[in-house]
Ligand binder design. Structure first.
Ligand code: SF4
Length: 103
């Protein structure tokens, strides 16, 4: 199976300051484009299938993400971070994975 253009680029796909760059990557001919866009409709942040998650501007979610990062670094469990921020557990897990890969 081919690899998606975003493989290994979590930082880019979830960085609000690089949203245009992430969208361009999706639009570079990704085989998963349509399926990814459908998934993104139920996600809370990041770029999926060339669109911001849920159709919301990524920048709106920046404060929530920053808060989640702080809480995760303080040692809180995913479920507690999700409750504190209002983000889904799946999104919190994704943020934790980003932090792990960046360490
Ligand atoms: S469409 Fe989805 S799988 Fe493809 S590059 Fe964009 S985020 Fe990655």
């Amino acid at each position: 199976m081919p690899e998606a253009p975003c493989a290994g680029q979590w930082d880019l796909m979830f960085d609000p300051s690089r949203e245009a760059e992430a969208i361009a990557l999706c639009n570079s001919g990704c085989f998963a484009f349509e399926a990814c866009r459908r998934v993104g409709a139920t996600e809370e942040y990041g770029v999926w299938g060339g669109e911001p998650a849920g159709g919301a501007p990524v920048s709106r979610l920046r404060p929530l993400r920053a808060r989640a990062v702080d809480l995760l670094r303080s040692g809180l469990r995913n479920v507690d971070v999700a409750r504190e921020t209002g983000l889904s557990s799946r999104t919190v897990e994704r943020i934790r994975a980003e932090l792990r890969s960046a360490a």
